[in-house]
Design a protein around this ligand. Sequence first.
Ligand code: HEM
Length: 461
Amino acid sequence: MTVESVKPGAPVAAASQGELREPPLAGGGVPLLGHGWKLVRDPLAFMAGLREHGDVVRLRLGPKTVYAVTTPELTGALALSTDFKIDGPLWESLEGLLGKEGVATANGPRHRRQRRTIQPAFRLDAIPAYGPIMEEEAHALTERWKPGETVDCTSESFRIAVRIAARCLLRGDYMDERAERLCVALATVFRGMYRRMVIPLGPLYNLPLPPNREFNRALADLHLLVDEIVAERRASGQKPDDLLTALLEAKDENGDPIGEQEIHDQVVAIVTPGSETVASTIMWLLHVLAEHPEHAARVRAEVESVTGGRPVAFEDVRALRHTNNVVVEAMRLRPAVWILTRRAVTDTSLGGYRIPAGADIIYSPYAIQRDPKSYAHNLEFDPDRWLPERVKEVPKYAMSPFSVGNRKCPSDHFSMAQLTLITAALSSKYRFEQVSGSNDATRVGITLRPHDLLLKPVPWE
Ligand code: HEM
């Protein structure tokens, strides 16, 4: 199964304004903080429990009312409706740090234009050109990791995710050293950004304390790196067929070249979501291979049968059905993107409930993808649920880790190809065991990932 084969359908029809009801208030709120304390204390359990209270529920976060959507059908309707846009506190804090002019935070005509610019680099027919780089990186990892030596999965997963995104999309020989610096800067920036979002201490983050200094240094280096990459490409006079060239040649609504700030923000807006999400997913895939040796062995057997023992290649990816299903099932139970938000641009409705203009709406792919109403044996790791004969049981929108609609991740094909290839390359050489000191508890940040996964690669007998 591919994630794309769970197709989006038509949005749920809106009821007329007169028939609309007020969504119920979720239970469990406390005076003053409302549901905020639960959301901070155990956000995953809180989001997963909301469907019991209704299809759309109201939450009180301090003085503010936020709406949560809890069914697959209504999350699809939300993502596909033009009555909602990207906005709200999460996006505002991202904009403050990463820039205001990138595709991930733009809306309206600017967003449509930016998507048109970047889309060709991510189209299905563009992906094979990245195959040699993905292959090289996946095999380099199997060489880099030595049998029996502890692998720090956090830094290694970040490293390969950044290298693949940077080498494929911003091509150039110089990318190797830059990719290393990008890794270091991004890891620190993401850690600090999440802290700033959940604990908004405002000016306290300006105090000259070591964690603030480290964060500011990393953020400055990220922006500097992007400037260097852009300047170097310009100075080279080269125009390879890649995303960076597309950005440098892009025109705005009036046919004029886009501004320097927008080029900069676009590179940041593409590289940052691209590395954190893929890195987190690789960490969970490594965890799955260690925790489910029977599936690691099946992946290995499948790779062997497809390749006949030669190193796995990009061209093999389509034939690696079970490996692909392992990736999809890992993404179901451990979605990198666990929470998404929208803001209503007008008075509107969802599932017969009234949503006022300006309302902030949240939903959780984590809760949707683990819901027992959508999945039999919902918490069981079962890649075979994605076999063609069983995939029909999955309700529409119950598996949308890349989202749907106009904000759908442009990189679904790019990501699935590299994740499948990396899983295949690693499993054909090693099985994995967690070592002492490893902490595989879920760490909730901008993405979900294991706290500190440490594994030992063990060659197959
Ligand atoms: C948007 C997930 C990899 C670039 C999104 C969204 C999701 C998502 C759910 C939609 C956000 C929303 O609806 O508000 C993922 C997952 C990935 C992944 C699960 C890997 C496992 C990547 C990669 C890149 C990328 C590798 C780029 C190299 C983007 C961009 C957007 C986006 C630019 C914003 C699109 C827009 O607003 O129009 N991603 N992503 N993502 N993703 Fe990904």
